[in-house]
Design a protein around this ligand. Sequence first.
Ligand code: SF4
Length: 599
Amino acid sequence: MFLPVTPEEVRARGWTALDVILVTGDSYLDSPYVGVAVIGKVLLAAGWRVGVIPQPDLAGGEDIGRLGAPRLFWGVTGGCIDSLVANRTASGRRRRTDDFTAGGINNRRPDRAVIAYANLIRRHFPKTCPIVLGGLEASLRRIAHYDFWSDRVRRSILFDAKADYLVYGMGENTVRELAALLQAGRRPTDLRGLCYAAGEKKDGFLEIPSWEEATANPEAFTRMFLAFYRNQDALTARGLTQRHGDRWLIHNPPAAPLTQREMDEVHDLDFARDAHPCHRRAGVVRALETIRFSIPTHRGCYGECNFCAIAVHEGRTVSSRSEASIIREGARIASRPDFKGYLHDVGGPTANMYGFECERKLVRGACPDRRCLYPEICPRLRPDHGPQRALLQKLAALPGVKQAVVASGIRCDLLLADGKQGLPYLRDVVHRHVSGRLKVAPEHAAAPILRLMGKPDIESLLSFRDHFRRFTAQTGKRQFLSCYFIAAHPGCSQDDIEGLRLFLRQELPATAWQVQIFTPAPATISTLMYYTERNPFSGRRLFVEKTVSGRERQKQILVEKNIPFRYAGENNRTAATEGKPWARTKGPRRKPRRNPPRR
Ligand code: SF4
C-alpha cells in the first residue's frame, strides 16, 4: 500500500495530521530499492503517520503545503541519485531524460534538490518542526566537499540547506530513533548516523581541517577527506567535527549496519512495487522496469573502488538478508498478476558479495590500513559463493518463476578467489541466470590506471572471460560479457585510452562495452585526485584531463570506430608486454601535456 500523497489519502487512513512528511526529488516509487519508500515504511511500521510529497513545484506553496506541516519532522531527499549527477552529464550538459521521473522528461528535479526543497519548506513554514536531510545527495555532501559542477569546495550541505539535522548512510535505525527522541522532546545530539550544526566543537571528537582551510589549501583538503574516509566504520570510527566560519559541523559516528534480522524486517514490509497513481497521467517511470521485479540480497561493498561512493554511503561491511526472507520476497513477486516469470535482478552493489563476510571485520571493524580486495584479496575474507548458488536455485524453482537473472555486476577476482564454489557459481549463472549479457566492470586495462582506481589487474578479467566463453559454449546460446569502462579518470592520458582501445580490439573483440566519462561525484578518492591533481597516497602529481573536449575525446576514442590509431606504446613494447602493450607498466611513453587550466 502507498503512503499518502494527498489530503484525501491522509483522511482515508483515518488520520487527521501527519507526524513526518518526506519530500523527494524522484517520482514516488514504492519499492525496496527507493530510500524514501523504505524510510517511510519503516516509520509507518513504528507507528508514525507518514506522508510523501514527490517533486514539489518550487514556484509556489501549493505542492509543499498540501499536507500541512508535520508534527515531528520534515525529511528531505534529492532522490535516489545526487541531483547534479541526475541532471547533468559528465560534460556539464543538462540531461533531457530522467529515469526516476514519470514520463521520463527531466523537468521536475531542481539542481541541488536538497537545498531547494529545504529552502522551500522554510519559505512556506517559517516556524516549522526540524528539517532533516537524508538520502545519497545529503550523505555524500555531509562535510565540506569538492563540487565538480561549480568547481569549488562547498560547505557541508547542512549549512547551505539551513536544515537542522542530516541523517547519513543507511538510515532506518537512525530515523526511527530520531522520531522517538523528537516525540519525547529530547535533542538527538548523540544519535549515531546523524550530523548537526553547533556553536562549539564536541569534546572527544576528531577535529578535521575547516571548510576554509580545505578551500584554501589542497593539502588540507586531502587531510580532511582522508580523516573522513577512515572514520566510516561503525565499530571503530571517531566522531568528527569541522569548523565552518563561526559554527561547527558535528558528525556523529556511523550507525551500525543492519543485522540480518533487521534487513529481513525491512524487506518484509509491504511495498507496492509501483509508481504512485498520482504519476499515471505523466507516463511511466523507466527506473521501475529495472527494479519492479528485482530483489536486493544485500547492502554494502568492500570493493572500495576509488571512484565509487558506496563505501562512504552504505559502508564496507556487507549485510546480507537471510535466504528465507529473499525466497519470501520472490514468492510475493511471483504471485503478482503482472509478473511475467522473470526476476530481473537478484543482487546488490556487487552481485557476488552475498552471504559471506570477514569474521574479523564483524567483530573488530574494517581494517583502517588495508583493503579487503586490493591489491589482492585478503586471506581473511574467504569468499564463498555457495549461499548464492543455493539461493538462485531456490528462486528459480519457485512456482511462476521462469528465470532468476543476475543483472548486477560480478566481481571477477572475488569469484576466481573462491576455489571451491566460484567456477560452479559462474557455470550456474551462465547456464541459467543470464539474459543474454553478463555485466562486469573492469573499468580500464592499463595497470597504472587500474592502480589509481583501486581495481584488480586485468588478468582476472581475461581469466573470467575464458571461463565465461567455455560455459557459454556448453549452453549453445548466444551470450556476451558486457564490460564497463571509464574514460578520463585521473591519471588517464590519451595514450592510456589508446592502449585501452587496443586491449578491447585484441582481447574483447566480440564483447559489448559501455564507456562513461569519469564524473567526480562528491566523497570519492578519485574525486580527491581530480581536485588536487595528486595521488593522495604517494603525494605524486597526476595528469588529470579536465577540459570538456579532452574528456569527451577519450570517450570517443573508445566508442567511435573510424578514429585512426595513435598509440605511442606500440613502439615501446618490452619483452614482458610483447603481444599485450596495454599491460605496459613502465617504459617510454608519450609525455602527457600539462594539466590544462580550469574551465
Ligand atoms: S581482515 Fe582483510 S577482509 Fe577483513 S576487514 Fe581487514 S582487510 Fe578486510
